[in-house]
Design a protein around this ligand. Structure first.
Ligand code: CU
Length: 170
């Protein structure tokens, strides 16, 4: 196993344990493991765009998103509706103001200090941060027909165009 693969496996294991512990559920579905995926979708994240900009998924599908950051800035891939993204943008503004989140990365030492830091953590199961030049993954089971957005909620990015549509069809 290469060092890079090992690091990817390790970060996956860490993210799996964090959402298993939180047990969060969303109206539109839930996180899954890569081995449960029925489909893989590769998305490019750039400064300030997603490619492709729209996806169609069938209700019941488990999709492994492979997220390639080809930009020079830190980006996020977050699944939700417009109201969820608006709320998350407010949280991320606070993370930037506190110095926890910079233009190119997350300060992990601060991210763990959630008690002294107003409860701020970036560990939502429907979201992943991708550092410049890196690839990250998120696997999600979509359980019902609805319209969602995938978005980057780092301050200013959504407004600059980092948002796309996901239509989940019956
Ligand atoms: Cu972004």
């Amino acid at each position: 196993m290469t060092a890079r693969l090992f690091a990817a496996a390790l970060s996956l294991a860490v993210s799996l344990s964090s959402y298993a512990a939180s047990g969060e559920h969303f109206a539109f579905g839930h996180p899954a493991t890569a081995s449960q995926a029925t489909r893989t979708v590769e998305l490019t994240l750039g400064d300030m765009y997603f490619e492709p900009k729209a996806l169609t998924i069938k209700a019941g599908e488990t999709v492994r998103f492979v997220l390639v950051n080809k930009g020079a800035l830190l980006h996020e891939f977050n699944l939700g509706d417009a109201a969820m993204h608006a709320a998350h943008q407010q949280e991320m503004l606070k993370m930037v103001a506190s110095g926890m989140l910079t233009a190119t990365g997350m300060k992990h030492d601060m991210a763990g200090m959630d008690h002294g830091n107003m409860g701020m953590k970036h560990d939502d199961p429907n979201s992943v941060l991708v550092e410049p030049g890196k690839t990250a993954e998120l696997t999600w089971t979509f359980t019902k027909a609805t319209d969602l957005e995938f978005a980057c909620n780092i301050p200013g990015h959504y407004q600059a165009g980092m948002v796309g549509k996901i239509a989940i069809a019956d």
